[in-house]
Design a protein around this ligand. Structure first.
Ligand code: ZN
Length: 352
């Protein structure tokens, strides 16, 4: 594992370390150093270049938080729905490309038998009105899927592995070690494209209960050594709370994305807790659709518009996403899937 990456996986051994005062320094190191003080002890966390921090408005050196939202609705949101035709899926993705979003998980190259709603991924990509400023991601389960995604001119790949061995065995019938080997092979096929490993059950597992945080930094280290470029921590069955989010981020560092589910109504408060700690990347789904078809009890994804709405109201947070345009897509999506959406904002509109 690269030393730089190891430095980023700084573990803070204090709870609530952000509460005691904070500063941001830009030294010779190109990475930003976040210095926190708790109980008169100084802690230093290295943020990835380009990260921004808004942990404490009274603190010095605090800058605007620019959130990077990866819209996962066309993949994670639609995979549980009755299959839409190729043209309709491309239309929804193209509309999302015009909302100011810069990252969209558009498709997955999985077995059409297992997930019929995700069939014909290459045909969907062919029809999307792609824009250079929008990076399109595909979820791939294996090398075969990775080859298909690369052939379809995808920009970046997501791959999943679980932090919970039982969940991993049940979900993909592999041990975690076997999944790690498979991800290494996918990185080779990606030929330099970004590969983001989404680690499921980081905040708790439906099978083993509490969060397996101790193993997550090690898993990230192994995968970094194989060429994985970034990580997203997933709350697969909505077990995260702000306290759990803090505990996990203290172990992993904050150069991670979060993929939050709203099963127990905590997704938004978890997201804002993470923002306050300096996390800037989030997976969200327009309309709040989704959840894994294989994870019993998985609720919908955090709704993109709910997060954008909250960010829009805060002068220190920006997303670059046009909320009105996004809500128009949500409305169209409700028609496409032919049922109400779980998103609060899609149902009630923005506060005036
Ligand atoms: Zn999800």
């Amino acid at each position: 594992m690269a030393t730089g990456r190891r430095q980023q996986l700084v573990a803070l051994d204090q709870q609530n370390s952000m509460s005691g005062g904070i500063g941001v320094s830009h030294g010779a190191d190109p990475d930003i150093q976040l210095v926190t003080k708790h109980k008169n002890r100084m802690h230093r966390v290295t943020l990835g270049t380009g990260s921004f921090v808004t942990p404490n408005r009274e603190g010095y050196g605090v800058s605007m938080a620019q959130l990077v939202i990866r819209e996962v609705g066309p993949r994670d949101g639609l995979q549980n729905e009755e299959p839409l035709n190729v043209e309709r899926r491309a239309e929804i993705i193209s509309a999302l490309c015009r909302t100011g979003l810069t990252e969209i998980e558009a498709v997955s190259f999985v077995s059409p038998k297992a997930v019929p709603a995700m069939a014909h991924a290459a045909d969907v990509l062919e029809l999307v009105d792609r824009r250079s400023e929008v990076r399109l991601w595909a979820l791939v389960p294996n090398v075969r899927g990775a080859h298909m995604a690369v052939d379809a001119n995808i920009d970046a790949l997501t791959v999943t592995v679980s932090a919970c061995p039982v969940y991993n065995e049940k979900n993909v019938r592999r041990t975690i070690a076997e999944s790690v080997v498979g991800i290494g092979e996918i990185v080779q096929v990606a030929e330099g494209r970004p590969v983001d490993v989404v680690i499921s059950c980081v905040f708790g597992s439906p099978y083993t209960g509490d969060e397996p945080t101790g193993t997550v930094p090690d898993l990230m280290g192994q995968l970094s050594d194989l060429g994985v470029t970034r990580f997203t921590l997933a709350d697969t069955t909505g077990m995260a709370t702000p306290h759990r989010v803090e505990r996990v981020l203290h172990k992993t560092g904050i150069d991670v994305g979060l993929h939050l589910h709203d099963t127990r109504g905590t997704a938004l408060v978890n997201a804002m807790t993470a923002v306050s700690m300096g996390v800037t990347r989030f997976d969200t789904a327009v309309g709040g659709l989704g959840g894994s078809p294989f994870a019993q009890g998985a609720g919908g994804n955090l709704a993109t518009e709910d997060l954008v709405h909250l960010a829009d109201d805060d002068p220190m947070i920006s997303t670059g996403v046009d909320l009105a345009a996004l809500l128009a897509v949500a409305k169209d999506l409700a028609t496409a899937v032919d049922h109400d959406l779980p998103s609060r904002l899609a149902n009630h509109g923005p506060a005036r």
